[in-house]
Design a protein around this ligand. Structure first.
Ligand code: SAH
Length: 266
């Protein structure tokens, strides 16, 4: 990041990567006016999440919101959510400086955190299509960024991830942000969310050519499902609805997601 308007406070003059370490490491950084203590126990997470919101990161996020508006995102609730959720907290330190660039980034395990524009667009589509904002199911938690955005838009978020370590990482990220209306599960999302059948909206954040039957069965008359549908490397964001027992689909933007895979792993 470049500091703007000549304002360079002690935090803004460093790369975000300089002031962060992975959660769990206890390190002191003496900045010019205060010392930042990184979390050494889960109890200190709450305090730290606020402390690590620097002038630099909040400004970068405001710029990102401007860019998303320019790219056509209009829903104020979505834009507010993007502005509220510190995306850098979801990334490894070496990626902090790219956190507010509008691009997907690697999160390990050959997976990515979605591009902010795509997160915003899918959120906007889901809000437009859903009749109610009570319960949303997300397939593909990843590191939890879209989950965090959805937690601002729905009363309750359910999110499923097939890779255990990503699910655990997302759980920590959401706890750090004090998000308590999201429930995560480590399981194969192609089975939906066993035990729950009714959602106002379903958002699939991994690509498939043909959505699995259990997911299609979750599309009740008042449910919408948004998913990237298509072959590897090229999909279209698609809204599916149930119209008198028949599933209708509407496609919009071309996107590129990692594949929806069956089974689970560590
Ligand atoms: N929602 C994430 C996107 C993560 S990328 C974000 O906000 O950035 C897609 C994720 O879907 C990957 O973490 C991948 O492991 C997961 N995934 C793929 N197939 C899955 C399945 N069958 N069930 C659950 N998660 C799956």
């Amino acid at each position: 990041f470049q500091a703007e308007d000549g304002i360079r406070d002690s935090v803004a003059s460093r790369g975000l990567g300089d002031v962060y370490k992975r959660q769990g490491e206890s390190t002191n950084f003496a900045l010019s006016t205060f010392t930042v203590m990184l979390p050494s126990s889960p109890n200190s997470d709450q305090r730290t999440a606020r402390q690590f919101e620097t002038r630099r990161s909040s400004r970068a996020r405001m710029k990102l919101v401007k860019r998303l508006k320019h790219k056509g995102i209009r829903n104020p609730a979505v834009l507010d959510a993007i502005e509220a959720v510190p995306r850098h907290l979801f990334l490894d330190p070496e990626q902090f400086d790219n956190a507010y660039v509008d691009t997907a980034l690697p999160i390990g395990h050959a997976q990515t955190i979605s591009q902010p524009f795509v997160v915003a667009l899918m959120s906007e589509m889901v809000l437009t299509a859903a009749k109610n904002n009570r319960r949303v199911l997300e397939i593909g938690t990843g590191c939890g960024y879209q989950t965090a955005i959805l937690s601002h838009l729905f009363d309750k978020v359910y999110s499923v991830e097939r890779i255990l370590s990503l699910s655990q990482r997302a759980e920590k990220n959401l706890a750090l942000l004090c998000i308590n209306n999201a429930t995560l599960q480590h399981s194969d999302g192609t089975d939906g969310w066993p035990g729950h059948e009714t959602f106002d909206a379903i958002i699939v954040t991994a690509a498939s050519d043909n959505l699995p039957q259990p997911l299609l069965r979750l599309i009740k008359p008042d449910t919408c499902l948004i998913a990237p549908i298509g072959v590897s490397g090229y999909q279209q964001l698609t809204t599916l609805r149930n119209q008198n027992g028949l599933i209708s689909s509407e496609t919009t933007e071309a996107v590129r997601f990692v594949p929806l895979l069956s089974g689970t792993c560590d």
